[in-house]
Ligand binder design. Structure first.
Ligand code: ASP
Length: 314
């Protein structure tokens, strides 16, 4: 398996085996990620983080991952700090960043921007979210979290709840889970259900996702409940957003119907879709999930940038 120099645009860029390998490598990063051991394997390497959309966890955990491995980071957290405001195209910005850095992490509001950008980058480019498209590294950390909690990725009942239309994390996660043969249930009001094109694709992959608008009808069989925020910023019409805002709320009352070992995940940020009282239950895994982003991104950066990386920590 050779990852060096690869772009990460879609989770479908990886095979099942490659994903398992990334997760195995992430496991070994734990002592480095919490600063208990030191490592300089990426010393001299530079990561450019180009964020045209807000981010807390993705940007900071990529930067933390790079710094923990002895590398350096640079970039912008909002496009107003770049020549984007002067009218520079993404192609030109990417060409320049590729000449200054060894890896580019790009977040952009337009679906397809990551693919386009990868055509102009001579260095590996990682999609950190392209509009309502995909968010492949979020998927890797989601899979890592599920595998750690459940000991497997196969034969699990996974329920995805919330904005399945505009939420990019659930798009890439569904593809990956279908690859691993999980059973998928999509719960959302019709107007923000999983796009038909994705459902068709999942069906071609051999998955038979169930679609519903009732969380109560589906909670008792779930092994994993993956909750998402309604993506307000992507609604073309404020009125449409208002119709679905606040329709679902996961609270302790709902969780009374769940298996004892159900895990509740969320890519964060949450607004009101998970009540704070859930944070103190053993179901809540979302903060752990966010920390796992550092482990997974350390593994990925090592695989893409270090030809000597053999999956272990030196
Ligand atoms: N942080 C995730 C994303 O960038 C989820 C969200 O924004 O709701 O897609």
């Amino acid at each position: 398996m050779d990852f060096v120099g690869k772009d990460v645009v879609s989770i479908k860029d990886f095979s099942e085996k490659e994903i398992e390998h990334i997760l195995d490598c992430a496991d070994k990063m734990a002592p480095l990620a919490d600063g208990k051991s030191k490592n300089t394997s990426l010393e001299g390497k530079v990561l450019a983080s180009l964020f045209y959309e807000p981010s807390t966890r993705t940007r900071l955990s990529f930067e933390s991952a790079m710094l923990r491995l002895g590398g350096a980071t640079m970039g912008f957290a909002e496009p107003t700090g770049s020549s984007h405001v002067k009218g520079e195209t993404i192609a030109d910005t990417i060409r320049m960043a590729a000449s200054y850095a060894d890896v580019i992490v790009l977040r952009h509001p337009n679906e397809g921007a990551a693919k386009l950008a990868s055509q102009f980058s001579s260095k590996p480019e990682i999609n950190a979210g392209d509009g309502a498209g995909q968010h492949p590294t979020q998927t890797l950390l989601d899979l890592y979290t599920i595998r750690n909690a459940k000991g497997k990725l196969k034969d699990l009942n996974i329920v995805l709840l919330g904005d399945l239309k505009y939420g990019r994390t659930v798009h890439s996660l569904s593809y990956a889970l279908a690859m691993f043969g999980a059973s998928l249930t999509f719960i959302a009001p019709n107007s923000i259900q999983m796009p038909q094109e994705i459902v068709n694709h999942l069906t071609e992959m051999g998955s038979e996702p169930a679609l519903s608008d009732s969380i109560l009808d589906n909670i008792s069989d779930a092994d994993v409940l993956y909750v998402t925020r309604i993506q307000k910023e992507r609604f073309p019409d404020e009125e449409e957003y208002r119709k679905v805002a606040g329709l679902y709320r996961v609270d302790n009352n709902l969780l009374k119907n769940a298996k004892d070992n159900l895990i509740v995940m969320h890519p964060l940020p949450r607004v009101d879709e998970i009540a704070p009282e859930v944070d103190d239950t053993p179901h809540a895994l979302y903060f752990k999930q966010a920390f796992n982003g550092v482990l997974v991104r350390m593994a990925l950066l090592s695989l893409l940038l270090d030809p000597d990386f053999d999956g272990g920590v030196k």
